[in-house]
Design a binder for this molecule. Structure first.
Ligand SMILES: [Zn+2]
Ligand SMILES: [Zn+2]
Length: 207
């Protein structure tokens, strides 16, 4: 039996709602957690070796934490595993042989993709999401509580940054030219623990 020494994990990202693939060599996984970073800058979770198991600790698309333990044999030998949250049963993504994962992603391409018609103003929304991704990629979005853990909820005309630890929310309009201009001036978003504010209100101190 030939075992491919590479595995791919494809996970739906709770922040940008895209599917991010992570390909790694089996030998690169140790007890030290391997961080699974999405291209948008969001950390989807980690993977590590635990004795005879592999532990996958990730966030579902709804931002719920899911911990999956896979026996070594299954992790190495199964061509394709449909990963589901042990709590809710919701699909998290796939794990398996890189070619198999690629194939299943092509078969179900748009299941998780956001459609332009979903938005009041798709151009402004695209700008807003790109800006937030950029800020997140530079570590410029955080909450001042103990365990800053920021997720993004996307609505037709606005996005909400939510700290899943303290529940703090920042709403960012994504409908008008004014919304776009306002966000263009933002260089960092620091959320106050557990309060709800509009971006425009706390923008003032920025110079
Ligand atoms: Zn992402
Ligand atoms: Zn917080």
């Amino acid at each position: 039996m030939i075992v491919n020494s590479e595995r791919t994990i494809a996970l739906t990202c709770p922040a940008c709602q895209g599917i991010q693939k992570h390909t790694f060599s089996l030998f690169s996984i140790s007890r030290k957690p391997l961080q699974l970073m999405c291209r948008c800058g969001f950390s989807q979770g980690h993977l590590r070796r635990l004795n005879k198991h592999f532990e996958l600790d990730v966030l579902s698309i709804e931002g719920e934490r899911a911990r999956i333990l896979l026996p070594r044999g299954q992790f190495f030998g199964t061509p394709l595993i449909n990963l589901a949250s042990p709590m809710s049963g919701q699909s998290l993504g796939y794990l398996g042989d890189p070619a198999m994962v690629q194939e299943v992603m092509i078969e179900e391409p748009s299941e998780f993709c956001l459609e332009s018609d979903d938005f009041t103003n798709p151009d402004i929304m695209r700008y807003v999401l790109e800006s937030l991704e950029q800020l997140a990629g530079q570590d410029k979005i955080r909450c001042e509580c103990e365990h800053s853990c920021i997720g993004i909820d996307v609505y037709p005309d606005q996005v909400e940054l939510v700290c899943s630890y303290c529940g703090s929310v920042v709403k960012i309009g994504a409908r008008t030219q004014q919304h776009q201009e306002r966000l263009a001036r933002v260089t960092e978003i620091v959320m106050e623990p557990c309060t709800s504010q509009f971006l425009g209100e706390w923008l003032k101190p920025l110079t």
